[in-house]
Design a protein around this ligand. Structure first.
Ligand code: NAD
Length: 476
């Protein structure tokens, strides 16, 4: 059994109580993590505040050097980190279309190096005989990072590296369902960074750690990835000191397939972008609208691929889809499937949990549902896809936009010009053509409407970890 401790001011910190971390492939605990509380948050924020004065003044080149060293340390521990990610999330080491723990750790390394190289140069707005006006970017102070369970290491990296790159110090709280790889990352980072620059506080389900961070007067900004409901609470709790916020929240992304596609060529791509990590990715495709003229052919092709997908323990090399990450999420998937059945959904494959230990559920394609049924209107966050028939393109764009969420969306067609025009009519933070959910470290990513506030990645994302200071120098 692994023991996960907190890390505050460069020191490992144990708590009087612990909580179990479950391997979803077995349903058994494989680690015990320290059950922190609000007092640990206070200690971590104090340490981060003390470290801020040195770290924020550290020259850019030195901060970049240390972050590249951190990227190298992640790479040196890649197999170990991959195993931890698989044990705590269930996602396969390789996974469907290569989307698994290897991609999570590899992506974390890539994001670390690309983000380390980003810069926010001083902008000169005016420089004439009268005055010089410059725009400077300054770090905010202590950043609080709160992460979800689906991509625990990758999302921790997405939060922590730009915050540090910009000169902030950080307190991170991973999900109680998946704190293990994050704890290892923080430990590796603390062998490289000065004490107090990056601190870890873990909390059990329902603990006061997350709320204490969200309301803490010593934290200047919260970067949060998780559900819209929790995002709302964090926003309310942060009002006391007008916290800066980046909120990456839920999505219910629509994909729209135009009648001109080659069904056999497109179906495997659609299946991959929907089902990788069992659909437990914020920007997975979650509602698929297919033109009536190719509807039955597409449904049959998707069902054929689903039925041939290998579901199993993520540690086995042949596994394409692992278990659902936790029992609560499995219960939600079962509830949505029951509702889809009751509202006339035609199950083309799957539709049930696998017997035996672990939280396994068969990849499931449901035809004949429409807007208004729960599986279409709610984010399933599981291996369940509703395939919905449409005949009019203007009408289907309106249906896609009817959601309160607006994370991503996609158009699938051989006519790239028309598809790009339609994609821009989707109300979402990222619109893809013949792709869905693909993110990259230099392109901003974020949600509109109730999918979030702000963006991550690239210089746009980095700027969110700074405040602007305008400097005006009168010359006469
Ligand atoms: P969640 O909101 O239940 O939990 C996320 C984190 O918030 C956990 O660390 C949890 O302990 C913490 N938390 C819970 N209550 C809190 C409170 N009152 N104050 C402060 N912190 C609190 O989300 P989840 O179930 O872990 O993740 C799934 C959700 O995350 C899905 O909706 C998914 O779409 C979303 N998500 C979004 C993105 C994105 O980039 N937009 C990425 C991944 C996941």
């Amino acid at each position: 059994m692994k023991n996960i401790t907190m890390l505050i001011d460069g020191q490992l910190v144990v708590a009087t109580a612990t909580f179990p971390v479950i391997n979803p492939a077995t349903g058994e605990a494989f680690a015990q993590a320290a059950a922190g509380n609000a007092a640990h948050v206070d200690a971590a924020v104090d340490a981060a505040k003390r470290a801020f004065s040195g770290w924020s003044k550290t020259p850019d080149a030195e901060r970049q050097r240390l972050l590249h060293a951190l990227g190298a340390a992640l790479e040196a521990h890649m197999p170990e980190l991959m195993e931890l990610v698989t044990l705590e999330t269930g996602k396969p080491l390789a996974g469907l279309n290569g989307v698994g723990a290897g991609m999570e750790v590899g992506g974390s390394i890539a994001w670390t190096h690309v983000t380390a190289d980003l810069t926010l140069p001083v902008e000169v707005l005016q420089d004439n005989a009268e005055a010089r006006v410059e725009i400077h970017r300054k770090p905010l102070g202590v950043v609080g990072s709160i992460t979800p369970w689906n991509w625990p290491l990758m999302i921790a990296i997405w939060h922590v590296i730009p915050a540090l790159r910009a000169g902030n110090t950080v307190v991170i709280k991973p999900s109680e369902l998946s704190p293990v790889a994050t704890a290892r990352f923080v430990e590796l980072a603390n062998a490289i960074l000065p004490p107090g620059v990056l601190n870890l506080v873990t909390g059990a389900a329902g603990s006061d750690v997350g709320p204490a961070m969200a309301s803490h007067p010593g934290i200047a900004k919260i970067v949060f990835t998780g559900s819209t409901a929790t995002g709302r609470k964090i926003m309310a709790a942060g009002a006391g000191n007008l916290k800066r916020l980046t909120l990456e929240l839920g999505g219910n992304d629509a994909g729209i397939v135009l009648p001109d596609v080659d069904v056999k060529a497109v179906a495997p791509k659609l299946f991959g972008v929907t089902f990788h990590n069992n659909g437990q990715t914020c920007a997975c495709l979650k509602r698929l609208y297919v033109h009536a003229s190719i509807y039955e052919e597409m449904c049959a092709e998707l069902a054929r691929i689903a039925a041939s997908t290998v579901v199993g323990d993520g540690l086995l090399p042949e596994t394409q889809l692992g278990p659902i990450q936790n029992a609560m999420q499995l219960a939600k998937v079962e509830e949505l499937a029951a509702d889809a059945r009751a509202s006339g959904g035609r199950f083309l494959c799957g539709g049930k949990r696998r017997a035996g230990p672990g939280y396994f559920y068969e990849p499931t394609i449901v035809a004949d549902l429409s807007d208004g049924s729960r599986l279409v209107d709610e984010e399933p966050f599981g291996p369940l896809l509703p395939v919905i028939k449409y005949s009019d393109v203007d009408e289907v764009i309106a249906r896609a936009n009817r959601s309160l969420n607006g994370l991503g969306g996609s158009i699938w067609s051989t006519d790239l010009v028309r598809a790009a025009e339609l994609a821009q009519r989707l109300e979402c933070g990222t619109a893809w053509v013949n792709e869905h959910g693909a993110v990259q470290p230099d392109a901003p990513f974020g949600g509109v409407k109730q999918s979030g506030i702000g963006v991550e990645f690239g210089s746009h994302g980095l700027a969110e970890y700074t405040s602007i200071q305008t400097l005006k120098i009168m010359k006469s």
